[in-house]
Design a protein around this ligand. Structure first.
Ligand code: PXG
Ligand code: PLP
Length: 445
């Protein structure tokens, strides 16, 4: 009997063999499985009954908390009434309703919503919209796409190409041609331990001018950035940075895309980071909190001018040759509608904003603990960056993860940074538990 079989029998696990797991060390995991079998509110439980405080809301997505009864009920009802309807030349009521709700939350003038099934699909969709928009306006040379170093825009060929995290790119060849990157804004020397947005770094937006000078604006379709970079370990925009990017884009006729897959729906104490920072992009990509993580769904929110530009040509003709079999799926639509209602009824965006100082104080109280080199936060997003173990990048953060997991708290690590993005229903006592557990872990590892 292998170790794995022994464990499985002991804990009544399924056979783990055939599942090729995403973004996972498969062989290691299958030797030491961690299966989540149940969740409720801010907690989840492993297959063998270990209770965990979920400090990352699943993966930045379960903003309304796990298994919210209203969302569960809406999905159950929808499944019994309409399981599927094609989105191509057809529709169903719930998806129109959801589009209106999302457009109502979006910044003024961003009135149109295109549904997809994930953040990666949202990004690839937005990039295609940007290129198509310029072509329809007679500027077909604008095909280049600009991303940012350390950016994460999902795993499709488009998102990976504009993305800037090298492990996600290095295996996969030449990617999309005509892509370039501006520099990232992470800088410990100037900005370590800043609460909220750093003061230093707005000028880094000027790196876009360098690429405009190199490629010429007439060849550039769009710039895509995460207003707050999440996956790379939480990087906040310096004060004035996003405004400056907006100005440069306007000056050169370049579309600005905000990838708000993690920032939207209350995570930053507002409906979108665009609203919180007072900068309106041309396109917003989102997913995750759109259904509070319950049913896969993403969306691209477009300015009226972009939608209107597509609404030309003979009536009856398809305007945008793009879409997915599951675009606007009824179960996702039902989940999305219920999620928007819960956010409003429970005032969860305001709740996130009001808890921000408490999380901020808790996180920054970890300054001076072993290995801590920086702490960053905004809304209900936090990060604690650790000094890597010499020659073993990521190992320190993995030790922290394992220690916290054993003590009942899930934290997310990326590189040597621990990230926090709890459900917006979190209470102060849970924040205390997260901070206490991380503090004890730092002293123990
Ligand atoms: N854009 C951004 C900004 C994201 O954060 C995606 C696109 C892709 O979404 P999908 O739904 O295709 O995964 C994301 C996803 C992490 C982590 O560790 C974050 C994400 C995915 C996996 C891990 O922080 N965000
Ligand atoms: N591959 C094949 C052979 C298909 O028929 C389809 C959709 O019909 C796809 C890929 C795309 O699948 P989806 O629409 O779910 O993205």
């Amino acid at each position: 009997m292998t170790d794995n079989t022994a464990r499985r029998l002991q804990a009544d696990l399924p056979d783990l063999q055939s599942y090729w797991m995403p973004f996972t060390g498969n062989r290691n995991f299958k030797k030491h499985p961690r299966l989540i079998s149940r969740a409720s509110g801010v907690h989840c439980w492993t297959h063998d009954g270990h209770k965990l405080l979920d400090s990352i809301a699943g993966l930045w997505c379960c903003n309304a908390g796990h298994c919210h009864p209203k969302i569960v009920e809406a999905i159950q009802k929808q499944a019994a009434v309409l399981d599927y309807a094609t989105a191509f030349q057809m529709g169903h009521p719930a998806i129109f309703e959801l589009a209106n709700k999302v457009a109502d939350l979006a910044p003024d003038g961003m009135d149109y919503v295109f549904f997809v099934n994930s953040g990666s699909e949202a990004v690839d969709t937005a990039l295609k919209m940007a290129i198509g928009y310029h072509r329809l306006r007679g500027e077909g040379t604008r095909t280049r796409l600009i991303g940012r170093e350390r950016g994460y825009h999902g795993v499709g060929f488009g998102g990976m190409s504009v993305g800037g995290m090298s492990p996600n790119r290095k295996m996969f060849g030449v990617m999309l041609p005509g892509v370039d990157h501006i520099s990232h804004t992470h800088n410990l020397e100037h900005n370590a331990y800043t609460k909220g947005q750093p003061q230093w770094g707005a000028h880094l937006a000027d790196d876009l001018e360098r690429l405009v000078a190199l490629h010429d604006a007439s060849n550039i379709a769009a710039v895509i950035v995460e207003p707050i970079a999440g996956s790379t370990g939480v990087v906040l925009p310096p004060k004035g940075y996003l405004q400056r990017l907006r100005e440069i884009c306007d000056r050169h006729g370049i579309l600005l895309i905000f990838d708000e897959v993690i920032c939207a729906f209350g995570r930053v104490g507002d409906s979108f980071a665009a609203s919180r920072f007072g900068v309106t992009p041309d396109l917003i990509t989102t997913a995750k909190g759109l259904t509070s993580g319950t049913v896969p769904m993403g969306a691209v929110i477009a300015k009226k001018e972009i939608y209107d530009t597509f609404m030309t040509g003979p009536e009856g003709a398809i305007e945008f040759f793009h879409g997915y079999t599951y675009s606007g799926h009824p179960l996702a639509a039902a989940a999305g509608n219920a999620t928007m209602d819960v956010y409003r009824e429970e005032g969860l965006f305001e709740r996130a904003r009001s808890l921000e100082p408490y999380l901020e104080d808790g996180l920054h109280s970890l300054k001076g603990e072993p290995y801590v080199v920086d702490i960053r936060n905004i809304g209900l997003i936090g990060a604690v960056e650790l000094q890597p173990i010499e020659g073993k990048p990521t190992a320190r953060a993995m030790q922290l993860f394992s220690h916290c997991f054993d003590k009942g708290v899930i934290v997310r690590t990326t590189g040597d940074t621990a990230a926090f993005s709890p459900p917006l229903i979190i209470e102060k006592q849970h924040i205390d538990q997260i901070i206490d557990t991380v503090r004890a872990a730092l002293r123990a590892i």
